[in-house]
Design a binder for this molecule. Structure first.
Ligand code: AMP
Length: 560
């Protein structure tokens, strides 16, 4: 029940949580809809019914058993969207193996960090994607791969790693080809898989997703079956998903938008998952919607903008669409209007959340009018609580601004191997402090007012200034650096680096951008650089990022 005066609200209690593991939920859907379409992967030309998907999942799970993966072990996946991604997601869940999502745009230093921090025993990698050659990066990071027999790896830098599975048809030596897994799986009796599955419970960790927060290096949000299965379920319930629905998922699977709201939303409702491509492509997404007669579509605002503005959009009949979700960043009003009128998504909803809360904690409902969908992020999701607090930790009055906090089944177990980080994020009463500034109105609708933390969201990808600053500090010429985000019509925000050089050192914009290439993900590379002797400071010596933003925007406008 809501507190009328205080910014506290509790979601509906009417819908019961699912008290089962992901494997059990998957098996239930397979039993109910065995011949229905489960998965369509257009760029791989693959189609599975629920029964066919279950066969692939079980065979793969048995192969992972053959590799010796125990419950609680970590399996990394470093690949763009593909059938093998979701097969690995469900197979690992059936074994109680913790899937570690690795952003396919990560380069070697980021990969090394997450593999080491999570202690992955096995890694599944793609062959190549965009400008990333995964084999080459791994051969550099793990030179021992080529010399040792498969599964017997002893790597100096990554002592826990036992082997790497490659999705490429003919990987270099040392990589275990994915295609060999079926033979390995066939050698393990199905009873072994059933026994493992029966030994699991839903509060166990099943997934680690890296997110940097405000404090430098990425932290591994550790999520249980209960966390993410129920979040996918509740998101799907809000959309009214059924086994007749067909959902196009162009958002990345390494992020909770794809693997929880997408895959688990569909798995819990018997809805068809449709991947239009390995990475986002507006034309291929529009084609998938039209040709597959999709009823739902997901995206961050920049993706919808790219589809709406595509010169060939009028060629596609999108009238099968009814619903979908726009999330991840504030949706511009005009974009929402056009998605409803020009893409026929009359029931499109806004969702708000963060990785640490599985992700969704607030969502607009099917009956919310356009005004609420363009000005708010909806109300508290079923079975969750929200509140808004001031700096002293007191709940503020309705309409007052403060930090948004979330409590309930969706709050992560904690950050992997980082008890201090977990304590800072989740307080003793179980509230996750989001770092987002928000207000709550009399009816419990929440508006996001900005970010407490200075995270940049560029084209739906989170960029953490602190992490980038640490990275630039490793450049020999850089004495000090500050990273800021400025508004950008195409990407929402663009990254700007203010750099101070060591005396006697210089570098130009191109040199610094070239230096970033291959070392950090392309989306983190600053678009603009400003070379300075001093940063704007307060009298007490605190750097004024807001001043830097103002100055940069003024200068860039002046340049046009
Ligand atoms: P992530 O952990 O990658 O899911 O990013 C979470 C952050 O994205 C939140 O803390 C918000 O700052 C932002 N965010 C997510 N959804 C929305 C939304 N609907 N509107 C505004 N900001 C959002």
């Amino acid at each position: 029940m809501d507190q009328p005066n205080q910014s506290y609200s509790r979601g509906s209690q009417d819908k019961a949580l699912l008290a089962m593991t992901i494997g059990q939920a998957f098996d239930r859907t397979v039993a109910q809809h065995s011949d229905g379409d489960a998965l369509i992967v257009r760029h791989q030309n693959l189609r599975y019914t629920w029964q066919q998907l279950a066969d692939a999942v079980d065979l793969h799970a048995r192969a992972l058993l053959a590799l010796g993966l125990q419950a609680g072990d970590r399996l990394g996946v470093w690949a763009p969207n593909c059938a093998e991604w979701v097969i690995s997601q469900v197979a690992s869940a059936k074994l109680g193996v913790i899937l570690v999502n690795i952003n396919p745009a990560y380069r070697s230093s980021e990969l090394e960090y997450v593999l080491k921090q999570s202690g992955c025993q096995w890694l599944i990698c793609a062959g190549a994607f965009k400008s990333s050659d995964y084999h080459a990066m791994l051969q550099e990071l793990v030179p021992e791969l080529a010399e040792q027999s498969i599964g017997q790896l002893h790597c100096e830098k990554l002592p826990g790693l036992r082997g790497v599975i490659s999705l490429a048809p003919r990987p270099p030596s040392g990589f275990l080809p994915w295609s060999q897994l079926s033979t390995m799986g066939a050698g393990i009796p199905p009873q072994q898989l059933h026994a493992r599955q029966a030994s699991l419970h839903f509060d166990q960790a099943v997934n680690i997703q890296y997110t940097s927060g405000t404090t430098g290096f990425p932290k591994g949000a550790t999520l249980s079956h209960h966390n993410i299965l129920n979040n996918g379920y509740m998101v799907g319930e809000s959309l009214g998903l059924t086994a007749q629905d067909r959902l196009v998922i162009p958002v990345p699977l390494y992020h909770c938008f794809g693997m929880v709201m997408g895959n688990l939303g569909c798995i819990t409702h018997g809805t068809t998952m449709i991947y239009p491509n390995d990475g986002f492509d507006p034309l291929l997404t529009l084609t998938a919607v039209a040709q597959e007669q999709a009823t739902g579509l997901y995206g961050v605002p920049t993706m919808f903008i790219a589809m709406l503005d595509h010169p060939r959009r009028a060629e596609f009949d999108l009238s099968s669409l009814r619903t979908g979700i726009m999330a991840g960043a504030t949706c511009p009003i005009e974009v929402m209007r056009r998605v409803i009128s020009e893409m026929h998504m009359s029931e499109v909803q806004i969702a708000y959340g963060m990785t640490e809360t599985s992700p969704v904690s607030l969502q607009t409902g099917p009956d919310d009018g356009l005004e609420l969908r363009v000005t708010t992020v909806g109300r508290t999701q079923p079975q969750l609580e929200s509140k808004i607090i001031d700096e002293a930790g007191n709940t503020v009055a309705r309409g007052q601004i403060g930090e948004l906090c979330t409590r309930g089944y969706s709050v992560m177990l904690g950050y992997w191997n980082n008890p201090q980080g977990s304590r800072e994020a989740i307080d003793d009463a179980g509230w996750m402090h989001t770092g987002d500034l928000a207000t709550m109105d009399e009816q419990g609708y929440v508006c996001i007012a900005g970010r407490n933390k200075d995270m940049i969201i560029r084209g739906g990808e989170n960029v953490y200034p602190r992490e980038l600053e640490e990275f630039f500090f490793t450049h020999p010429a850089v004495a000090d650096v500050q990273i800021i985000g400025i508004p950008d019509a195409r990407y929402g925000e663009e990254i700007v680096a203010w750099v101070k050089f060591h005396p006697g050192h210089v570098a130009n914009e191109l040199e610094l951008q070239t230096w970033c290439k291959g070392r950090i993900a392309h989306f983190k590379t600053p678009k603009h650089f400003k070379f300075v002797d001093e940063f704007p400071m307060t009298v007490t010596g605190k750097i004024q990022k807001f001043r830097m933003r103002e100055i940069t925007i003024e200068e860039l406008l002046g340049r046009d």
